[in-house]
Design a protein around this ligand. Structure first.
Ligand code: MG
Length: 303
């Protein structure tokens, strides 16, 4: 796996905030940390976890509408094709990851394949609709992030969306300053299922916790990478009706302790990896994080 590249001349995309250099006074950002500097790093997903972004309400309707008008194709078929290409590209190891998840590139490639020119531009539309009502904070996420903030913790945004789409939304919703770092596929040229995505952060903390709503990216991958995984339910993304039905049939588990829910959850047949906890609301997060930290301390104390 390619190592992360911090000094290749790309613009500095890190958030303002307490980067390691500020804490340690020695390790440079992008350099190997000489020691663990945080007790906990929490990698938090964006779309469907903290916010609803402008793609569904603003970008997709404009782009798919134009493609439907110009090609005579059914708008639902265009949408299916775009989502299919988006997922398919992520499995293609020959394609640079930044290109794989670049919606503008996906849209333009589809248009070119159908012999039409696409005028709509996803970056422009996403920027123009980066705040309410098309982009909104879910579940009092801003309050919860403030509640989670502590000197021993780093809150790191981990999103599969490129910075050109995500940064304007984070800025417009006032979330940017709440993170120690913002990781997008264009920072370390990797996707969330690849340890390279996380740069030096996993080595900088004793406990790595992942929080997100996407089973593969936010449960399977983090568990494989040795992180604790907290799966957030309750705001299903675009995936499938199946997902919605599954969420509904599991709604009765709300009364259970979040750490007991994973054993009782009705998973899809291919979902064999278990998260450490399942939450229905971000409000449950601060206590869960605290308990994971306590578990980790008692484990290291008993060694
Ligand atoms: Mg998500």
């Amino acid at each position: 796996m390619a190592p992360s590249k911090a000094n290749d001349g790309r613009p500095q995309t890190r958030a303002k905030g307490p980067l390691w250099a500020d804490r340690s006074g020695s390790a440079a950002v992008g350099g190997l940390p000489s020691a663990v500097k945080w007790q906990t790093v929490i990698f938090i997903d964006l779309d469907g976890t903290l916010i609803r972004g402008p793609f569904e309400p603003a970008v997709f309707p404009v782009v798919f509408g134009e493609l439907a008008r110009k090609t005579g194709r059914d708008i639902r078929e265009i949408r299916r094709r775009a989502i299919h290409d988006y997922l398919d590209r992520q499995k293609n190891s020959n394609l640079p990851v930044v290109q794989a998840v670049d919606w503008d590139d996906i849209f333009k490639t589809m248009a070119a394949g159908w012999g039409v020119d696409l005028e709509a531009n996803a970056v422009e539309i996403a920027n123009a609709h980066a705040g309410p009502p098309d982009a909104v904070i879910l579940d009092h996420a801003d309050q919860v992030l403030k509640q989670l903030a502590a000197p021993h913790r780093a809150l790191v945004l981990a999103t599969k969306g490129l910075s050109k789409y995500q940064r304007p939304v984070l800025d417009a919703l006032g979330l940017t300053p709440l993170f120690a770092d913002i990781l997008t596929p264009d920072v370390n040229h990797a996707l969330k299922n690849d340890v390279a995505f996380f740069g030096q952060w996993p080595q900088a903390a004793k406990v790595c916790i992942s929080v997100g709503d996407h089973y593969d990216d936010d449960v399977v991958a983090p568990k494989r990478l040795g992180f604790a995984a907290i799966w957030k339910i309750g705001t299903p993304d675009e995936e499938t009706v199946e997902h919605l039905v599954q969420a509904k049939s599991n709604a009765g588990l709300r009364q259970l302790d979040p750490f007991e829910r994973p054993a009782r959850w009705e998973y899809a047949p291919d979902q064999t990896v278990r998260p450490d906890a399942i939450i229905f609301s971000l409000r449950e997060l601060p206590e869960i994080v605290k308990r994971l930290e306590d578990q980790s301390s008692s484990r290291s104390g008993s060694r």
